[in-house]
Ligand binder design. Structure first.
Ligand code: MF3
Ligand code: CO
Length: 260
């Protein structure tokens, strides 16, 4: 069941998604070699609470963090830990906030210090694939059009698309219908309509598409232990136009020339 949002609800979605964007902007100020992922998690949690939000991942199905922490081969749902970020790592920070009953969801993969140019390319292509998906996410198009745009772009660059994890509808709940896969055929799936809010989140691997879920039932890594990148925006279809509700501008502001 896809819930179409009213204009009042879209306004609340804007606020929640602005808060999650600002949260990642705050996290970006601290991302550096020598910092533990736990520290990043605490910064995100305190920022959300100070701004009247609720860290929606914390306690969700037992998840232990405000941020999902995705270091190198970790695809999604990594736990914040005592791991210290080091030069050459990449780290995805995936965050969901609830504000006034609505959810905002965004993810950004950061480079720590100097990273391998091949890993840098993976990050750039993954981020660009998110914008390719957004570009076709227009009223009247279908979910499969988004999925196909992302898959085609990433595979053309020699990368593979994780199958088991998808984007999703979002609103009063973190995960609503429809599922938004990052692979598939054009012209299939639900039609995008006014009032729809979806999170688009390509998870792209440098090596094979295969993943392994750890015995904790959460932490997901590539089977071949090659790196994986992940970027996410939440969008809404409003009056026939596509509005990107999250932004990486706060991250850009924090990183300055280190923004990729
Ligand atoms: N952005 C992730 C998602 O869309 C966040 C969920 S993590 C969880 O699935 F811990 F809350 F499940
Ligand atoms: Co999401």
């Amino acid at each position: 069941m896809i819930y179409l949002k009213t204009s009042e609800e879209i306004e609340l979605m804007r606020a929640a998604n602005t808060l999650v964007s600002r949260t990642l902007g705050e996290v970006a100020k601290w991302v550096a070699p020598g910092v533990t992922t736990q520290r990043l998690d605490t910064i995100a949690r305190e920022f959300i609470l100070d701004n009247g939000g609720r860290p929606a991942c914390l306690g969700y199905g037992g998840f232990p963090g405000t941020l999902c922490i995705e270091v190198n081969e970790t695809v999604v749902h990594g736990f914040p830990s005592t791991y210290t970020l080091k030069d050459g790592d990449i780290v995805g920070t995936d965050c969901v906030v609830e504000l006034n009953g609505f959810h905002g969801d965004s993810c950004y993969t950061f480079a720590i210090g100097e990273i391998d140019s091949k890993v840098m390319d993976l990050c750039k292509v993954t981020k660009e694939s998110l914008y390719k998906g957004i570009a076709v996410a227009q009223e009247g198009k279908r979910i499969g059009d988004i999925a196909n745009a992302i898959q085609t772009y990433c595979e053309r660059h020699g990368y593979s698309v994780v199958r088991e994890m998808c984007g999703h509808g979002i609103g009063k709940k973190m995960h609503e219908d429809p599922e938004v896969p990052n692979y598939g055929r054009r012209g299939i799936g639900p039609i995008l309509r006014n009032g729809m809010c979806i999170a688009i989140e390509p998870m792209i691997n440098m090596g094979s598409k295969n993943i392994v879920i750890e015995r904790d039932g959460w932490q997901c890594r590539t089977k071949d232990r090659k790196p994986s990148a992940h970027y996410e925006h939440t969008i809404a279809i409003v009056d026939g136009k596509t509005e990107v509700l999250t932004t990486f501008d706060y991250i850009k502001e924090s990183l300055g020339e280190r923004f990729i």
